[in-house]
Design a protein around this ligand. Structure first.
Ligand SMILES: [Fe+2]
Ligand SMILES: [Fe+2]
Length: 446
């Protein structure tokens, strides 16, 4: 591939604060939200200013979930920020995704929640005309997928899998046929093609293969199609996670999926990516300091605290409600999980736990584990206190896992749940999810 360098920023979830993001309903909503809403505009501004100052890179790619929930005012303000970034000399290519249109738009005013004016899918092409569509060599009108040249002899195939023109989270046969025409054309013109798509192409961690919305439907088919048609890597978002994965098609062609975190929520990263010949270099950069208040704590802690809190509230929230005996059982479960330590839970399950984690509250352990998975490079291999504790829990519940596995196995692909979970908490890939130097093509990673 000819040399190309760009920034990859995704899931900016920009919200225009003047339409309302405060009050009792907002505070309640934020208890379960992973990423920041009131602060998102300041975070985006600070990030774009930093990118604008780097004169060594002239291209920025943004694969979707540009706005919080498709509020028209959020799009308008976000586009103003894109305009400023473009005026600094950057070429910017975006695709939209599920959070950019539809009827989910709302704002928080007073102590309540109100509907905000949303954005129909049909107007997104015109709104973002300067950010991909006017530069495109071809546009698929129904999904707003497109192909554009972003560097000499290097084309970007921007695949919109989260539109009104296609089954959600899927590349269907019609879109695949359109892509085949573009890929054949690129080949004929002697161009290399890299791709971007909102949904991860490959499950970011093994267990996400079991979660419907966590990756493209029929991902093996689409990954093979792209790899067999010369696409060597793809840039994705949606899951708000840092991960890099490889997949090799039956014909032996490799594709790399670089999935990047949400800019405005933990792990709060964006990437600088370059290709030179067959070497792909991926660097991750922390979301920068921004204008707003971070409660007097370091930025990383500020982001992580929100994410941990949302995980804990979701766990405890799942254990509330119901009626009669169910309500009683849930409230007992909530009390136990809310207060028990890892050591205490270990004793209940007849599992030995290392003394370094024994006094940690289970609910803190669970929150921190969730955040760690989304940061990538999971360190909980066999031999670590956390890795060993998780392995023992899985062994203890082996009799259930063995019953569940056949139900999870589909299309001739056998699920080994224990292996999936252990490889989710431990990065055994041989390269980092954050900063990696990979070899393109079929030679394996460097
Ligand atoms: Fe998102
Ligand atoms: Fe998404």
């Amino acid at each position: 591939m000819n040399p190309v360098k760009f920034y990859l920023v995704t899931d900016t979830h920009y919200f225009e604060p003047s339409i309302g993001c405060s009050g009792a309903a907002y505070d309640e909503y934020m208890k379960r939200e992973q990423y920041f809403m009131a602060e998102s505009s300041d975070i985006v501004k600070a990030t774009f200013e930093r990118i604008a100052a780097d004169k060594s890179v002239d291209t920025v790619l943004i694969p979707g979930d540009l706005s919080k929930n498709g509020e028209l005012e959020s799009h308008k303000s976000f586009i103003k920020e894109l305009n400023k970034l473009r005026a600094s000399g950057k070429k910017i290519f975006v695709i939209t995704a599920g959070h950019d249109y539809g009827e989910k738009s709302r704002a928080f005013v007073g102590d309540g929640c109100i509907d905000a004016e949303g954005t129909p899918f049909s107007v997104l092409r015109d709104m973002y005309a300067d950010y991909g569509y006017s530069q495109a060599l071809a546009v698929d009108d129904s999904t707003l997928s497109y192909i554009a040249e972003i560097a000499p002899k290097v084309r970007l195939l921007a695949i919109n899998c989260d539109s009104e023109g296609n089954p959600k989270g899927e590349v269907d046969e019609r879109l695949e046929s359109w892509m085949k025409i573009q890929l054949d054309e690129a080949k004929k013109d002697g161009c290399s093609v890299l791709a971007m798509c909102h949904y991860p192409m490959i499950p970011s961690v093994p267990v996400f293969d079991l979660v419907g919305d966590a990756k493209l439907k029929n991902w093996r088919r689409t990954a093979s199609f792209l790899a067999d048609n010369g696409v060597e890597f793809i840039l994705t978002g949606h899951m708000h996670i840092q991960s890099i994965n490889e997949y090799v098609s039956e014909k032996g062609n490799k594709i790399i999926d670089i999935c990047t975190a949400c800019l405005v929520g933990s792990p709060a990263k964006y990437r600088k990516i370059s290709v030179d010949g067959d070497t792909l270099t991926v660097d991750s950069i922390d979301t920068p300091e921004f204008r707003g208040d971070t409660d007097g704590v370091e930025l990383e802690e500020f982001f992580d605290r929100q994410f941990v809190c949302s995980i804990q509230n979701r766990i405890l929230g799942a254990l509330s409600g119901g009626k009669g005996a169910v309500k009683l059982l849930k409230s007992i479960g909530r009390k136990i999980l809310g207060g028990i330590t890892v050591g205490g839970l270990g004793r209940l399950l007849w599992i030995k736990t290392d003394k370094s984690i024994r006094k940690t509250k289970f609910i803190d352990f669970a929150g921190n584990l969730g955040v760690a998975i989304f940061k990538g490079d999971m360190p909980y291999a066999a031999g670590t206190p956390e890795g060993d504790a998780i392995a023992r829990v899985l062994k203890r519940f082996g009799f259930i896992i063995r019953k569940v596995e056949p139900k999870l196995s589909k299309n001739g692909i056998k699920v080994d749940l224990t292996d999936m979970l252990l490889n989710t908490v431990s990065n055994n890939k041989g390269y980092s999810d954050n900063n990696a130097v990979m070899k393109l093509g079929n030679g394996g990673e460097k």
